[in-house]
Every structure is written in C-alpha cells, then in structure tokens.
Design a protein around this ligand. Structure first.
Ligand SMILES: Nc1nc(=O)c2c([nH]1)NC[C@@H]1CN(c3ccc(C(=O)N[C@@H](CCC(=O)O)C(=O)O)cc3)C=[N+]21
Length: 296
C-alpha cells in the first residue's frame, strides 16, 4: 500500500482569507471611477469627525489616510477634544451638511460619554451618511433596500463572496451587537438566508452557540475571546476585533489555536481591517456619484 503523505498547511489547516489582497484588487477598480469623476471636475471629498483618542479609531484614521490618498479621494479629519460639547459637534455637522463640496460625513465611534451619539448621527444628512448610521439608512438596510452599506459589513460580505463561501441555510453566529458591526451584519446575513444568532459579552453561555456555528464572526473587542474548544471542525472564522496587546494589534480570536480547526480564517492585521477601509472609499464614491446625478 502506498504511503499517504499529508502536507502541512494543505487540507487540514485553515485557509487564510487575505483581506489585504482583496482590498487592493477592489481599489484598482475604484481608481478608474475616481479618474472618471475627476475628468468631470468632481472631487470626491469626505469628512471624518474623531472625538477624543480611542485607539481603534486611531488605527482607522491612519489606514484611511493612506488608502484615500492612493485611490485619489480627499479625507478631511476633524480632530475634536475629549471634552467636546454636543452643541459644537452639532454645529460642525450642520456646516458639513451645508457644504456642497462634502460628499460624506462620519463620526468615529465610540465617542466620549458626554456625547449623545444618536442625536449627533441623526443630524447627518442621510445623503452624506457614509457609515450607514442615520435612522433612514438603517431602516432601508433592514428592508433590503440599501442606500449605503456600513463599510465593515460590506467588506466582510465581499470577502465571503470572493472565496465563494455560501451562506444559505448556514448557522451564522455573531459576537457583538454594535450599531456599526453586529446589528447591520445580522441584517445582511438574514438577507442571504442564513440563520443568525447575535451574542454579546453578557450572553450566558457563548460557547453553547459558537459550537454550532458554520460561520463565526467576532466583533466584541476582547483578545483571546474565541478559542479552539469553542468551535467545530471546518468553521469559517471572521475576526473583526481590534485590540492592542503589548504594542501589537490582535483580534478577538486566538488565531494559532483556532487555525487548525477552521476551514477559513481572517488574520489581524490583514483581514477585515483593510477591507473596511477600502469599502468606505467605495461608499464615498457611491454617494459622490449619486449627488452629481451619475449612475452607480
Ligand atoms: N463610525 C465608525 N465606523 C467604523 O467603521 C469604525 C469606527 N467608527 N471607529 C473605529 C473602528 C475601527 N475601525 C478600523 C478599520 C480598519 C482598520 C485597519 O485598517 N486595520 C488594519 C491595521 C493595519 C495597521 O496597523 O496599520 C488591519 O487590520 O490590517 C482598523 C480599525 C473602524 N471603525
């Protein structure tokens, strides 16, 4: 009988979902759209409002700056102090809403405690709401009539589609129920006919759910939250976590531990992050074209 050799890193190991490579691929197509806009003297410009010094937001500002530049989009950053007053924030939003050169506005989350995020977000013109956080755009998203997609969610869906990971009738388990990730992701997964469970850090027994997951997405913001004993063989793992451990960026998933059990897994960095940034640029271009009466 011939000996059977199993190569390491072949069938038994999880395949790494390369978010960075896909982000670069999508960006190449986007550059053509930007060139097309500039030929018509339309400059895609969006504004980022960052209040205080959240570490996750800092990474986002940095990577957006890099990608916006390479794609040809202008990002204007409004860095506001941690003790920013609500009324000043609202006045800034009003000013940006009224400026026809501004096509997108986003408030980075989380914001400091004194800020009423819902009130601030509601003030953004839905036509400039790149993050899909205004009530009308959230409503449209849940009704399956997307006006704009939350960047992180669009990036995750693009990654699953690129690797042809089918979602129909799959058990999808999401850890985290934020307005920017967990909740809109649940909506999009339902749209794909997946069966969705949304958990969070107050869930009684997280692993009771994660053990059933065909696709597990963690966006809870806790390093080493997901370990090998919590998942079944063949699971697809998407890690949205952004945690800083001793100067290093890590996700929510104990990557080396879970990798041998997973069929696919995203790394941090190089997974969801770069796709989020690229997808935000896609949303800016979408809103810019629409505001100028152009087809998407
Ligand atoms: N309204 C709002 N919407 C958001 O989508 C939002 C937010 N607020 N606040 C902050 C978090 C965080 N976030 C990141 C996106 C990309 C990377 C990213 O580019 N990560 C690279 C990091 C590479 C490096 O360190 O240079 C990677 O994972 O490979 C990080 C973090 C979006 N967020």
């Amino acid at each position: 009988m011939p000996a059977i050799f199993i190569e390491e890193g072949n069938d038994l190991m999880g395949k790494i979902l390369d978010g960075k490579a896909l982000a670069n691929l999508r960006a190449d197509k986007l550059k053509e759209k930007v060139t097309d806009l500039k030929k018509q003297n339309i400059i895609p410009l969006f504004c980022v409002i960052n209040i205080g010094d959240d570490p996750g937001s800092k990474v986002y500002v940095r990577t957006k700056k890099r990608r916006a530049k390479s794609v040809g989009i202008i990002q204007k950053i409004y860095q506001l102090p941690t003790d920013e007053q609500q009324s000043d924030l609202l006045a800034l939003i009003d000013k940006l809403n009224a400026d026809p050169k501004v096509y997108g506005i986003m408030i980075q989350l989380p914001a400091p405690k004194q800020i009423n995020v819902n009130q601030a977000v509601e003030r953004i013109d839905p036509n400039k709401d790149v993050d899909c956080l205004t009530p009308s755009n959230v409503g449209r998203l849940w009704q399956g009539n997307h006006f704009v997609e939350p960047a992180t969610i669009d990036g995750i869906m693009a990654l699953l589609d690129h690797y042809q990971i089918d979602l129909k009738s799959k058990d999808v388990v999401i850890i985290g129920c934020s307005n920017i990730v967990g909740k809109p992701l649940a909506a999009l997964m339902l749209e794909r006919d997946a069966t969705v469970s949304v958990l969070h850090l107050e869930t009684k027994d997280i692993s009771e759910y994660t053990k059933r997951a065909d696709v597990l997405i963690s966006a809870a913001g806790q390093a080493n939250l997901v370990t090998a004993d919590m998942v079944k063989d063949g699971v697809v793992v998407i890690d949205v976590g952004i945690n800083h451990i001793r100067g290093h960026l890590v996700g929510d998933v104990a990557f080396d531990d879970v990798l041998p059990k997973a069929s696919y897994i995203t790394p941090v960095p190089g997974g969801v992050g770069p796709l989020t940034v690229e997808s935000l640029m896609e949303q800016v271009i979408k809103l810019t074209r629409r505001a100028n009466g152009l087809r998407e």
